[in-house]
Design a protein around this ligand. Structure first.
Ligand SMILES: Cc1cc2nc3c(=O)[nH]c(=O)nc-3n(C[C@H](O)[C@H](O)[C@H](O)COP(=O)(O)OP(=O)(O)OC[C@H]3O[C@@H](n4cnc5c(N)ncnc54)[C@H](O)[C@@H]3O)c2cc1C
Length: 413
């Protein structure tokens, strides 16, 4: 059995450790934070096989450019002369054509399905204190154009055996008896699920610690010691750690950490915000995406989380208040009598989605080293794909046959 270091204790790192530990490996997780906050905690918590369409797809560039002109839109790129951003943007543009998208849909669909199944198994194993609910997700729309697009998507979903139900405004209102719903209609994806991501992280942390995984927290990885084709040590501000195998799962910090191993990986951080309202008197019953405004609404027990925006502005923590307000305004526009009020800005959370330029994750070994495995670039699907990614990485390290073909996720593509 191998001595494995997992660099990064986000949901990808923890789920990887979960499967490695089950296979009997000696696992240490190193994270610069304290595993109490970060991108894997405040997100919308969807497990969504419905999202089989990769981020890079036809029409996205034109839509993005239109959104760039408005300070309240859900998308923004901070203009800057940064070679990494320019290379990433050009690659995104090249891969958003129809033929690449058509090639990328089947592997994305396959890993979403694998992960969906494994997340249910994981919730059974861990006792589900993170309130995973398997009731589906609603795509709600207000405009005729969005309705047409969502119905077309529902037809494409059918080709992959993904069940959908196209619902009228009245049928949606019936599903949400406690709040007024002002929509044209919506599509329900019954196969989707949702959970409380912060509770999932806490549960995994506790479970792994009890199972013998070592947590080396508040420890920043500063570099690596290499001998020939092997990474022999992980260097940190708290000392050096020797390894048989290293898994790099550092989310939006993936490309910066890999530079020390002379690996160039295209990745940008996509900032998003969320606000969580506690003890909402009349809450939603279903998670829903307000498609015209790209806002996600997730009931979490008596609490309600709303989130959205995609800002490609590097690693900076600055919040763009107008975009945060737009999330709240969209929620009120769809659910006019929702009993919540705009919170003070110190209550607004943000996270950084690790965006690959084609919307597929990076999963697998790198050919430069014999003992380096990468798991990253999960973009807006990190919670949905964490269990599947963790299982596949364990299969690679344990030398087992893989649950699915991962050619499309090649870390050197
Ligand atoms: C608003 C919003 C809503 C979202 N909603 C959903 C959703 O509904 N469903 C879904 O599937 N996904 C969703 N996502 C995406 C999801 O949150 C991410 O894909 C996922 O959290 C990424 O996990 P990760 O483990 O790769 O990265 P992270 O959670 O960022 O973890 C990386 C870890 O690496 C550590 N690290 C980095 N550098 C170093 C270093 N040098 N030394 C030590 N440690 C280091 C960091 O401290 C961090 O803890 C959402 C994201 C946002 C922002």
């Amino acid at each position: 059995m191998a001595k494995v270091i997992v660099a990064g204790g986000g949901v990808i790192g923890l789920c990887t450790a979960y499967y490695l530990n089950k296979s009997g490996h000696e696992v240490t997780i190193i994270d610069q934070g304290n595993l109490k906050e970060g991108t894997s905690f405040g997100n919308a918590g969807y497990i969504c096989p419905s999202h089989f369409m990769p981020l890079a797809s036809p029409g996205i560039i034109a839509q993005g450019l239109k959104w760039m002109l408005s300070s309240t839109s859900p998308f923004y790129i901070k203009p800057r002369l940064d070679m990494d951003l320019i290379k990433w943007g050009l690659t995104f543009w090249k891969r958003s054509g129809k033929s690449t998208m058509d090639k990328n849909i089947p592997p994305l669909h396959a890993i979403l399905q694998l992960s969906r199944k494994l997340t249910t198994e994981m919730s059974e194993d861990l006792g589900n204190p993170f309130h995973m609910q398997e009731k589906g997700c609603l795509m709600l729309y207000k405009s005729a154009t969005t309705e047409k697009h969502e119905i077309e998507l529902a037809h494409e979903a059918a080709a992959f055996n993904i069940e959908t139900q196209v619902l009228s405004a009245k049928e949606i209102q019936d599903l949400e008896p406690d709040v007024q719903v002002d929509v044209r209609g919506g599509v329900l994806y019954p196969m989707d699920a949702h959970l409380h991501p912060g509770e999932l992280m806490r549960t995994l942390h506790q479970f792994l610690e009890k199972s013998g995984v070592v947590f080396q927290l508040s420890t920043t990885i500063t570099g690596f010691e290499k001998q020939g084709r092997k990474v022999t040590k992980v260097l940190t501000d708290k000392g050096d750690f020797s390894v048989d195998e290293i898994v790099v799962a550092t989310g939006s910090w993936l490309s910066s950490i890999l530079k020390d191993l002379n690996i160039d990986m295209l990745l940008q951080a996509g900032k998003g915000y969320s606000m969580t309202f506690e003890q909402v008197e009349r809450n939603l019953h279903y998670p829903s995406i307000l498609v015209d405004d790209r806002v996600a609404m997730t009931p979490m027990g008596n609490d309600l989380r709303m989130g959205g925006t995609m800002e490609i502005s590097g690693m900076e923590s600055k919040m763009l208040t107008k975009r945060v307000e737009s999330i709240y305004k969209a929620a009120k526009n769809y659910f006019p009598n929702l009993p919540v009020s705009f919170p003070s800005l110190d209550k607004v959370w943000y996270g950084l989605r690790p965006l690959s330029p084609d919307g597929l994750p990076y999963l697998g070994r790198h050919s430069k080293y014999d003992n380096l495995v990468i798991s990253g670039g999960h973009a807006m699907l990190g919670i949905s794909l964490a269990a599947g990614s963790g299982k596949l990485i364990d299969e690679i390290i344990s030398g087992q046959s893989l649950s699915m073909d991962i050619t499309a996720f090649d870390v050197e593509r």
